[in-house]
Design a binder for this molecule. Sequence first.
Ligand code: ADP
Ligand code: MN
Ligand code: MN
Ligand code: MN
Length: 481
Amino acid sequence: MSASHAADFSGGSHHDALLGLRDLPFLKDRYTVEYLWLGGNDGDLRSKTKTLEGPIRRLADLPSWNYDGSSTNQAPGIDSEVILIPRAIFRDPFRATPADKERHLRDEETASGADVTSASKRGPQQGPAQAALASVSAALRASAPPLDDSKALEDGDDLGAPVLGGCRNLLVMCDTYTPQGDPLPSNTRAAAARIFSLPHVAAEEPWFGIEQEYTLLDAKTRWPLGWPSGGFPAPQGPYYCGVGSDYMYGRAIAEAHYRACHYAGVDVSGLNAEVMPAQWEFQVGPCVGVSAGDQLWVARYILQRVCELTGSTVVTLDPKPVPGDWNGAGAHTNYSTRSMRERHLGGMREIERAVGRLKNRHDEHIAAYGSGNERRLTGKHETAAMSEFTWGIADRGASVRVGNETYERGCGYMEDRRPSANCDPYVVTMLLAKTTLDVSDEEALAGSKGHDRRVETDAVSDGGESSASSSARALGGGLVG
Ligand code: ADP
Ligand code: MN
Ligand code: MN
Ligand code: MN
């Protein structure tokens, strides 16, 4: 992170002065909104900025937008317009002004008890009847006919206080449509939202906690951060959850990312250094349904932006960044339904049933769990071989692990260890729900054509129902190509 490196691509030697301009006073009614979406190249993130007049308090206050799909491998040049539909709002940590930050703090202090349906206040210990009611009402909203913006606004009114606390710099995760209103083939979110809004899926309130592993590389050499140039560090052993500058490379980046995600409203539940030096992990969740994908994609976006600021470090989600005796990078996906979480609804029995279904569809899942994953799932380095589905209690060499605590309590969640670090979380979460909750292909495809742009989980994305975690109140909540 030397100054000379910073000069390479972060704005020249005036980098700090340029950043300082962010703190200029802002105009009262100007909002700055960064629209994020997935491009057409296996999960490339794109974003652009729109200045809007406020107030913007919720998703429905944000207009649709468009971009040039011929530049993202998503449309032919002759008919290149792609429509962006806002789906989940977050605070923008990169443009936050001192005023934004103060608002944020005040907002949290007075955090309204208004969002009583929030999953963040609803743990497994809560009565199932109450939780079922909330979930059914979410399902009803989700499967309602297309709403125009004014109706969506009314829908948000019962949420009480504005969820963004007046913050004027925002990020918004969007999905992508043709001008005729059909989701693009790369719009995996639309397919996921459809499955999560099926009433029998929504009633099970699927929770996901995704462990995102990533590797930091020197931008010039493309070799892991802190490794001897052209050589290797001491063998794996001291690095996992390690401490000390002999072993820890890039902690400042991992920490900055963690703080930025919390500010944004992403429910990062923790972070740790990984087995391979220069490899890190953060966990998002537990989140309900499609918001797991929204939150993980926004967390990845924030990670890319944090790395941009260093001027000298890049991040890779490659499943096996260094071949040989070095751990790969995955995205273990922890998953539960209400029936798994509650013993009287099935608990461990329901988990075993789900595992059986996953076994039957192993190949389908593997094909959708990220590209290059065959380099990682070798059967070594805490992975199961790709060719065979296995599961076990506390077994880190299995495809699916059930933790000791879940086994002993007789209820809880499972961990699908197969997804690669570069997987599309919309696809992984959608497939887990589809397979384990027995969604037929017909149900999965129903309503996939036509103007369903406003159908589905807006209320979930912007009503604080996006998170099952008690630690933070969320705002925002195929493979691509
Ligand atoms: P590991 O022991 O595999 O490293 P982590 O602590 O890194 O596990 O991640 C576990 C993840 O599982 C966290 O994101 C956590 O929020 C999530 N989680 C916890 N309980 C549940 C649940 N009932 N359903 C789904 N995910 C859960
Ligand atoms: Mn972990
Ligand atoms: Mn890990
Ligand atoms: Mn894990």
